[in-house]
Design a protein around this ligand. Structure first.
Ligand SMILES: NC(=O)C1=CN([C@@H]2O[C@H](COP(=O)(O)OP(=O)(O)OC[C@H]3O[C@@H](n4cnc5c(N)ncnc54)[C@H](O)[C@@H]3O)[C@@H](O)[C@H]2O)C=CC1
Ligand SMILES: O=C(O)[C@H]1O[C@H](OP(=O)(O)OP(=O)(O)OC[C@H]2O[C@@H](n3ccc(=O)[nH]c3=O)[C@H](O)[C@@H]2O)[C@H](O)[C@@H](O)[C@@H]1O
Length: 448
């Protein structure tokens, strides 16, 4: 079976490589000529554990190829996946220009039956738009070619992408014909292990499923963050509450971790897009509007705690709220929006760096992987440190934003000697409060 994946971002590259792993001949296509050249030279542009080796293995086996010209490879394919970006427009809706560009190229060049599948996260109605763009181009050319459109949203998580793709909980496929269903069933057959299921449905339901899934997960996080903030006020411990409610199988244990807010390329964008879809249809998604507000507040919460810690300790006359932070050195551990990725899109670190710089702080930052990405985004406004211990040198406070494994068991004695003031703010609740207290630290976390 020959398939093409258009767009070699996270989703395109991971899904293309995983399909190749099952014996399918895959051509990954991107308009970014430099990216394709890098990929051809074995240089993988994203950080994803295990991906490099898997790409190289499948390239060597001749099952994975790269091209910057969709037109020239299109008619060798049975299925073409579109996995291009759908960034948020100014009004929050998903920008479909790349998706429709791909459709146009397909319409301009298609001369055999194929299934055109949208893998990108797109609002309900997009497959119909894709169908129309392709058909208009076919009509313009005056040829008679049949094709089907389909929707196959992707649920993988960055950092765990290969496992998520190869052993998914389920695959959702929206189809409009029996022929498309048969072809896509065949493609996913090698994945039929464990309890994995392909759920076929109509196309609008498949498109909606993706937004509903991400919005539900974002809602769980904002709900727990809201409960965490209340726990602090009433003397409860959110981690105990999580254990207590997560053991109810109706609720489940996953995605209930309170913290310093969700980020990434998807939750913030998809929640916004679903709110916009509802608004456009004259309906207000009240829960999701609150989910967004809570998340924005949560990203600033550790800064508020930091300000409070400094102002509470400030006895000098004339000091006003926040002024006590001016000139203080703050160490940041973790810059990416979550561990195992260098992705900083919508990360809490970006919000925190801005708040700290605006307050006149000196920021010393360390992340195992995302330092180059941070430099690309905020330049040299922060000091990039060699390691986590280098970051705390002379610091008046340490703030943990991303729960990378290497941060989990620090040697507090060494850190105490290096820091100017023994203040730790833990945005992911990974440290042991007793241990920190014994080492002489003032410790603040989320929801307890
Ligand atoms: N990043 C993730 O973890 C997940 C992303 N998604 C969704 O998948 C889609 C893709 O996301 P990412 O992989 O993160 O995107 P990305 O933005 O990292 O990459 C998109 C790629 O598409 C290429 N492209 C744009 N126009 C093109 C065209 N006309 N022809 C060929 N290539 C073109 C770009 O050059 C870029 O390399 C989005 O809709 C996203 O919401 C879904 C699940 C997980
Ligand atoms: O549509 C997408 O692109 C993807 O979005 C998320 O995946 P991802 O953004 O890679 O990362 P997650 O692991 O979901 O984490 C997102 C954010 O939520 C935060 N989070 C997660 C879980 C939790 O309990 N608490 C919490 O604050 C993380 O720290 C992170 O900032 C979904 O989990 C994927 O299923 C989906 O395919």
């Amino acid at each position: 079976m020959n398939i093409a994946i258009v767009g070699t971002g996270y989703v395109g590259l991971v899904s293309g490589t995983c399909f190749a792993e099952t014996g399918v001949n895959v051509t990954c296509v991107d308009v970014d000529v430099d990216k394709i050249e890098r990929l051809r030279n074995g240089d993988i542009p994203i950080y994803e554990p295990g991906l490099d080796e898997m790409v190289l293995k499948n390239v060597k086996a001749g099952r994975l190829k790269f091209s910057s010209d969709l037109a020239s490879v299109l008619n060798e394919q049975e299925i073409v996946f579109s996995a291009v970006g759908t960034p948020p427009d100014e009004d929050g809706s998903a920008d479909l220009k790349y998706v429709l560009q791909v459709a146009r190229t397909i319409g301009e060049n298609i001369n055999r039956y194929m299934v055109v599948v949208t893998k990108s996260t797109v609002p309900v109605g997009t497959a119909a738009k894709v169908r129309k763009v392709i058909q208009d181009e076919i009509d313009r050319r005056g040829v008679d070619v049949k094709f089907d459109v389909a929707s196959n949203p992707e649920f993988l998580k960055e950092g765990n992408a290969i496992k998520d793709f190869l052993s998914p909980d389920r695959v959702v496929v929206g189809v409009e014909s029996e022929q498309a269903k048969k072809i896509l069933s065949r493609l996913y057959k090698p994945f039929l292990i464990n309890n994995f299921r392909v759920i076929f449905m109509d196309i609008p339901s498949a498109e909606m499923t993706k937004y509903a899934a991400n919005s539900m997960l974002a809602t769980r996080i904002s709900f727990m963050n809201d409960i965490a903030n209340l726990c602090e006020l009433v003397g409860a411990d959110v981690d105990m509450v999580r254990a207590g409610i997560g053991s109810d199988t109706r609720i489940g244990r996953k995605f209930l971790y309170a913290g310093c807010g969700y980020g990434g390329s998807c939750f913030p964008k998809d929640v916004k897009a679903l709110i916009k879809t509802a608004d456009d249809n004259g309906y207000s998604l009240e829960v999701l509007k609150a989910v967004e507000r809570i998340n924005e507040r949560q990203k600033g919460l550790l800064f508020e705690k930091l300000k409070k810690a400094f102002n509470d300790g400030c006895t000098e006359r004339g000091k006003t709220d926040g002024v006590a932070l001016h000139g203080k050195t703050v160490a940041l551990w973790g810059l990416s929006f979550k561990p195992e990725t260098d992705d900083m899109r919508e990360s809490t670190a970006l919000v925190m760096i801005k708040l700290l710089k605006d307050a006149g702080c000196i920021v010393r930052a360390y992340d195992p992987i995302a330092m180059d990405e941070c430099r690309r985004r905020v330049g040299d406004t922060v000091i990039y440190c060699r390691d986590m211990y280098d970051a705390v040198l002379g610091a008046d406070a340490l703030i943990l934003l991303t729960e990378w494994k290497e941060f989990r068991l620090p040697t507090w004695g060494v850190i105490a000697k290096a820091m100017n003031r023994h203040l730790v703010l833990d945005g992911r609740n990974i440290f042991d409060a007793e241990e920190l207290k014994d080492a002489g630290f003032e410790y603040h976390c989320i929801g307890k």
